[in-house]
Design a binder for this molecule. Sequence first.
Ligand code: 6PG
Length: 250
Amino acid sequence: MQPTVEVLNDADELAQRAAQLILTQTQLAVARNNFFTIALSGGSTPKRLYELMADPTQQFRSQLPWDGIHFFWTDERHVPPDHPDSNYRMVSEAMLARAPVPSTNIHRMSGEKANASEAANDYESQLRNFFHPHAGELPRVDFVLLGVGPDGHTVSLFPDSEVLQETQRWVAAPWIAKLNSYRLTMTLPVLNSASTVVFLVSGSEKAEILREILEGEPDRFPAQRINPTNGVLSWLVDADAASKLQEHSN
Ligand code: 6PG
């Protein structure tokens, strides 16, 4: 299915639109199944969204059915949860600690484990225990929130990384040479099994890569490998990020 691309005026509208989408989908899923699963990314773009969702002066904080939302992470840095680089810490400070989220609904990656592969295995077990997929099937997350780096990476799937070929593992611990560190990341099979995948992209520094991803040659960047097999893919982008798109710039 072709992805949809929606252009919002600025970063605030982008966060509002994403929060509205999450609210609508969460309410529907919780009414139907009593729970909703969401996998969150790190980075500066979604931080504004997380803050908005927990902002007591806005509608989302009181309308979201927090008890039913289970929070997962698409990727994590190889650091303890209180480290300034931790994606868990960012999400926690921006949203989880400021909203009535039961601690049993928080499913973080153990970035503090000395052995990153062990941490990846542990997270795969956590996913298996929560989602209970049938043998040979993949966990199906309701909503995956993604960002894009200027090099076309998404989650911790960087260009030319071997982990892009992964077909068996659900979570991996790739060595990222340019960052001189390990990362923990959900793999393409899990990301592409989600029901809804939404990219959030903001700022003029993303305009060129966004153009290349959406309108350039296919299969050059990790973000282009996101293509849900039985789900919906949307790009929510602000006007600055969309400024080089032929079809969507103003
Ligand atoms: C991370 C992310 C990463 C992020 C992009 C975009 O751990 O940093 O999961 O993939 O989404 O780098 O980040 P920005 O929103 O900060 O541009």
